[in-house]
Unconditional design. Structure first.
Length: 85
């Protein structure tokens, strides 16, 4: 019987931690970028701060879904859809 090489527990925890940190950074930065963009672009339309926050939340939610899809597609430490990142 041949042994199937499994990664150590430390490697698995480190990989999950790296991926989680990468995904959190991408989601937060997307939300902040969208919020600032919504403030600038919707000023002429007199939208409230809550409308801008909703736009930013939708963008951050999209970034979260993309990052999760990237994780399901390829087992890496990155939340990027690009291979090898």
């Amino acid at each position: 019987m041949t042994d199937f090489p499994l990664p150590s527990t430390q490697t698995v925890v480190k990989t999950a931690k790296t991926y989680s940190r990468d995904l959190a950074e991408r989601v937060v930065s997307t939300g902040l970028e969208a919020f600032v963009g919504a403030l600038v672009l919707t000023a002429p339309f007199d939208l409230t701060m809550w409308h801008n926050a909703a736009v930013a939340g939708a963008a951050a939610g999209g970034a979260l879904l993309k990052g999760l899809a990237a994780r399901w597609r390829d087992v890496t430490n990155s939340a990027s859809l690009a291979r090898g990142v």
